[in-house]
Design a protein around this ligand. Sequence first.
Ligand SMILES: *Cc1c(COP(=O)(O)O)cnc(C)c1O
Length: 393
Amino acid sequence: MIPALLPNYARIDLAFERGEGAYLFGTDGRRYLDFAAGIAVNALGHCHPHLVAELKAQIDKVWHVSNLYRNPLQEKLAARLVEATFADSVFFCNSGAEANEAGIKMVRRYQYDQGHPERYRMITVQGAFHGRTLATIAAGGQPKYLEGFGPATQGFDQVAWGNLNELRAAITPETAGIIVEPVQGEGGIRPAALQYLRDLRKIADEFGLLLMLDEIQSGVGRTGKLFAYQWAGIEPDVMAVAKGIGGGFPVGCTLANEKAAKGMVPGTHGTTFGGNPLAMAAANAVMDVLLQPGFLDGVDTVARDLWHKLLALQTRHPRVIAEVRGAGLMLGLKCIGTNTDLQTAARDQDLITVTAGDNVLRLLPPLIITTEHVDEAVAALDRACVAVTPATQ
Ligand SMILES: *Cc1c(COP(=O)(O)O)cnc(C)c1O
């Protein structure tokens, strides 16, 4: 008989009753070091005192009003995102997939307003993940997510990751834009070469396309800058943000420059819940911490420490780890055995991680970790690697 809870996830048999900083406390009585952060969502760890205080204060004021009225907390967060990024305008929703949907609509609408309704197609790259709605599974192009859900939504042309020749060849008079993740997450922690991002910007300009970035996982401080595109010194036209921005509260944002945003006049798009006061209180609280002078430099420093210690770990366990890759605190261990075996072995050592595509084990710790957490995680991984090392013949 089907369980009451839809069985659409392969859930691990583990539940948590509370969290504190970088730690989660299981109903099994054990304390785990959380290097998954709810898939890069708990950017400031669990129960960060400032987030707790701000959200509790908002709970006593007002939870939801809809987007029929002005929303000062949305205006405040939008102004801060505009101040800190390429963007001129921001739309708020509730999830990553929705942020991408709004971005894709903006790109199509821009071309339409330019007098080119025939330009609606987006170029996407292999290994991408953009969400689970009908348009975003088509954008991601992964057969395992498309299978059984009818004809894929029209308008996405996929090319090889990092291949500019293929990308140029795929541009037609119907192409509206390009969408990429600066660091592929689900696909297996594959960072784009910075030059690739710069070249995508040039190609977009050359062909009158909009460049859209999916920074749902790579954004909000995860790579040591507020957004990963900032490492490349380029600016996108549209960018989707979610995961870390709410610190654990569901928040999505679509950022856009004026060119891309100006077609989104009243009536073109909307959401009931998007940007509600609770969500905005949480996201503004996250921004309070992220924008503190020195916070992102601290992320960069601890990330470099973790990176070097993971390289040393790989040297000690060449039969377990094939490669260490990623950027900032968005790191992946490409496994020689299965990533799930290493994940289980790490969990046996009280370390929580996430798997990704391409047989990679993802490390996505909260941005508040210290060098002590790094050492604890690497020690746990060391023991986990020993546990999964195949016996020599
Ligand atoms: C998680 C993720 C999404 C989807 O976000 P949801 O909130 O699950 O809809 C889209 N793109 C990227 C890069 C992601 O990591």
